[in-house]
Design a protein around this ligand. Structure first.
Ligand code: 5GP
Ligand code: MN
Ligand code: MN
Ligand code: MN
Length: 299
């Protein structure tokens, strides 16, 4: 059995900006270029095409999506997880040429988080049912109307509408012998879906990521990579960085969520991909991030 370290909660977990000041002293931070592929994938490689945070704005995208073997969406594919939004996303996935398509949820996919649904469900204002506005008002609306939020929260079995991809929620899939794992959770912000307290709560989810994961997909960035918010503070998860660097050590870590953190970085070992398609103004300006991974023997 592999004996890898147990990750502990960092003393500065609740102040990621301060945590990064300490942690960054002991590590490299390389910025890599984002470039669209100019040639088809070589026969001995697998091509991954990553997007995130499309927020139901796919129709505003002005570029073509590059072809590849595996398409990955790292969450926030809707504005609030309404059924029509999910169906529209699913229809679009159906038009993509990729052989395999993977999606995870983000904080905007309200209908995918059952605990969140339970918390707000009986408060619906839809025909004949009682409304409890104060509870829905606890949720920062991010420009969605209250009715949209209520409708999203009241949509059951939403996963059934995602027929054109494999939806990963704290689970993995193996493609071409490569182990992928996906998880939607993020440090709490705005009281939306898949919010968890920094520290122990987040770490308990990251502890489910298998050691042998090679491509990790989360909605939140880890601390220090693609997590710098416009205001100058860091919003990434300290325990996710420590899990990824100290225990899991995947080849790639793909995420989104902090739109302004779009781009590719590395610590010299792991490649970190913030694939946010939308920029800070929710305009889907950023290109997909594409990388090729060598095929293993026998594939
Ligand atoms: P979204 O609402 O799509 O999840 O995130 C949109 C934007 O909200 C991000 O680009 C970022 O500016 C801000 N944001 C999201 N999560 C956090 C957070 O945990 N802390 C801070 N300071 N900003 C956040
Ligand atoms: Mn987003
Ligand atoms: Mn590993
Ligand atoms: Mn998000």
């Amino acid at each position: 059995m592999e004996n890898k370290c147990i990750v502990e909660v960092h003393p500065l977990t609740n102040d990621p900006t301060a945590a990064w000041k300490v942690i960054s002293k002991q590590q490299k931070l390389l910025k890599l270029n984002v470039k669209m592929p100019t040639k088809p994938v070589e026969p001995d490689k697998v091509r991954f095409v990553c997007m995130s945070d499309t927020h139901s704005l796919i129709r505003n995208i002005t570029y073509g999506i590059p072809d590849g073997d595996v398409f990955i969406h790292a969450g926030d594919f809707t504005k609030c997880g309404q059924k029509d939004e999910v169906t529209q996303f699913n229809d679009w996935l159906g038009t993509l040429p990729h052989k395999h398509k993977i999606a995870i949820a983000g904080n905007h996919e309200l209908s995918f988080d059952k605990k969140f649904q339970q918390a707000f469900k009986c408060t619906t204002s839809r025909r004949g049912r009682r409304e409890s506005p104060t509870e829905i008002d606890e949720v920062q609306n991010y420009g969605n109307s209250k009715d949209d939020i209520i409708e999203a929260v009241n949509t059951d079995s939403i996963g059934n509408y995602l027929t054109n991809c494999t939806y990963l929620e704290d689970c993995g899939i193996e493609l071409y012998g490569i182990k992928l794992y996906g998880s939607p959770w993020q440090p709490e912000f705005g009281n939306w879906a898949f919010n968890l307290k920094r520290g122990e709560e987040c770490l308990s989810k990251w502890n489910n990521i298998p050691n042998d994961t090679e491509i990790l997909i989360t909605h939140t960035p880890p601390l220090g990579h693609g997590d710098l918010v416009c205001s100058g503070i860091r919003a990434g998860c300290v325990e996710l960085l420590n899990t990824v660097q100290q225990r899991v050590q995947p080849k790639y870590h793909i995420f989104g969520h902090i739109h302004e953190g779009y781009g590719v970085t590395s610590d010299g070992k792991i490649i970190f991909v913030n694939a946010s398609t939308c920029d800070i103004n929710y305009i889907p300006n950023n290109l997909p991030i594409v990388f090729d991974v060598p095929l293993k023997k026998g594939y």
